[in-house]
Design a protein around this ligand. Structure first.
Ligand code: MG
Length: 165
């Protein structure tokens, strides 16, 4: 089994769509970034790459590359999963924490967890999303930023022989 940890943070500015975990929320502010600024999926990519010892999101999808301008986070996750697959690795479980003041994720946390499960191709019972405010402290506390931390576990497929789980 392999374990990977990922983190991401983006500034929030008025007039940008608020996209988190591939899901759009109604909110007057949204993340600023070269891509769509989806902290949850970006942290997930770093967790996946980390578990596979494949570097980080900036190594594979540099923000200087026009191909990734405005790219959806799912594009990066799908690419990372292809790299993992080539190494015989596949996701087992994901656990995430989103740090934000607003919007309140509340009842939509299960929806985000289900989205992560779908993207990773794992059962929903192995995906979890939590939310934390920063109690008004710092850039996240004032609503000027959003961050996410993601932990994933991977299993190694047996590449030789006929038995795979
Ligand atoms: Mg990012």
């Amino acid at each position: 089994m392999r374990i990977g940890l990922g983190f991401d943070i983006h500034r929030l500015q008025p007039g940008r769509p608020f996209i988190l975990g591939g899901v759009t929320f109604a909110h007057p502010r949204g993340p600023v970034g070269h891509s769509d600024g989806d902290v949850l999926l970006h942290a997930l990519v770093d967790a996946l790459l980390g578990a596979a010892a494949l570097g980080d999101i900036g190594d594979h999808f540099p923000d200087t590359d026009p191909r990734w301008k405005g790219a959806a986070g799912k594009v990066f996750v799908d690419q990372a999963l292809l790299l993992l697959d080539a190494k015989g690795l596949k996701p087992l479980q994901v656990d995430a924490t989103v740090f934000l003041e607003l919007p309140k994720l509340g009842k939509r946390k299960p929806e985000l967890a289900a989205e992560l499960a779908k993207i990773l191709g794992i059962p929903e019972e192995r995906a979890n999303v939590k939310a934390k405010t920063m109690e008004g402290l710092g850039a996240i506390g004032t609503g000027d930023a959003i961050a996410a931390q993601v932990l994933v576990t991977l299993e190694e497929r047996r590449l030789s022989g006929s038995t795979t789980r």
